[in-house]
Design a protein around this ligand. Structure first.
Ligand SMILES: [Zn+2]
Ligand SMILES: [Zn+2]
Ligand SMILES: [Zn+2]
Length: 336
């Protein structure tokens, strides 16, 4: 059978006799004009790369352990924020009025349920297993059926150009973005939306925790000892500097007198503010990639290009699954 062989890359070789080999994709015997470790089958389109060595799996248990530790720590942290927040803030909101207390109960329940459910959807759904394709038998594999597929040596099966193998999950993931240890799962085609929803609800929840811990903290903070503000003299900058110094010292003095409830509020404020900052940066970066129609991994592999080839507002709407009728009201911002 006359087969078109496309060697990939440039291989300078002096070997002139034909090399016979078998395509892993369709099982056809191929004749290579010269030795080429990377070539593409002219029938099925599968790419063979003989440079890839046999994979080793020795660190798999370590990755599993790392993921379990991260997920366990995250769960303990979320439970602490919910229980500690309720314990530290509720006496203050219920002391204002009963209605105010009930209102904050409802807000807490809604935010906890949405954050935990989006986390569960992102963490426990399969990130996107590639569809099963027929391979390795010539009559069953049609022309171009395995176009640009490579062979995954970990899974021992074909890998589509949109899939990446994750060594932590031990499988190929369709449209893999990255492996997130905090959810113990990959972020891929099947759970990317839930991951974005989780980031969004976690940011809203931590903003709420920050506001409520500042509010309750101001309520229960011991009153400042106004001692030397009265007899300060001097003028201008020196006076302002001394006033700031006195206030800071007074705050530190009163912090020593803080109760356990106050310490929990300070911890909640510091931790929720850091979570807000970190997750906001991550969410912004994710939305930028979605806007560009890419994933983190495809962004890494396409680095060096102009980077503006697919920028389009429609990418974001398509990602979140809005109907096409809405899309036509948004201008096509694709740069020519
Ligand atoms: Zn083939
Ligand atoms: Zn694989
Ligand atoms: Zn993974």
């Amino acid at each position: 059978m006359g087969m078109l062989i496309v060697p990939l890359g440039h291989f300078v070789t002096t070997v002139t006799e034909d090399n016979e080999t078998t395509c892993w994709g369709c099982g056809l015997r191929l004749l290579l004009p010269s030795y080429a470790p990377i070539f593409k089958c002219g029938w099925c389109g599968a790419i063979t790369n003989e440079n890839v060595g046999k994979p080793e799996r020795k660190y798999h248990w370590w990755r599993c352990l790392r993921d379990r530790c991260f997920v366990f720590t995250l769960c303990v942290f979320v439970l602490f924020v919910i229980c500690g927040g309720v314990w530290a803030v509720y006496p203050v909101v219920f002391s204002i009025s009963y209605a105010c207390g009930i209102f904050h109960c409802i807000i807490t329940i809604i935010l906890s349920i949405t954050t935990i459910s989006t986390f569960s959807l992102a963490a426990f759904r399969c990130a996107g297993a590639p569809p099963i394709v027929v391979w390795a038998s010539y009559p069953a594999v049609g022309k171009g059926d395995l176009e640009n597929y490579t062979f995954c040596h970990y899974c021992s099966k074909p890998k589509s150009p949109r899939a990446h193998h994750c060594r932590s999950c031990g499988m190929c993931i369709l449209d893999m973005d990255h492996h997130c240890p905090f959810i113990g799962n990959c972020v891929g085609a099947a759970n990317h939306r839930y991951f974005i929803a989780f980031l969004f609800t976690a940011i809203i929840s931590s903003i709420y925790v920050s506001i409520m811990s500042i509010y309750a903290g101001l309520y229960i903070w011991p009153s400042l000892p106004y001692r030397s503000v009265g007899h300060m003299n001097g003028s201008g900058r020196a006076l302002a500097f001394r006033a700031v110094k006195e206030v800071v010292i007074a705050l530190l003095d009163s912090a020593v007198l803080l109760s356990a409830r106050g310490l929990v509020l300070v911890y909640l404020l510091v931790s929720s503010a850091s979570v807000e900052l970190g997750l906001s940066i991550l969410l912004w970066q994710q939305l930028c990639y979605i806007y560009e129609g890419e994933t983190y991994l495809s962004h890494l592999s396409s680095r060096g290009g102009d980077g503006s080839k697919g920028r389009d507002c429609r990418n974001i709407f398509r990602f979140f699954g809005f109907p096409y009728s809405i899309l036509k009201y948004f201008p096509n911002t694709r740069s020519a």
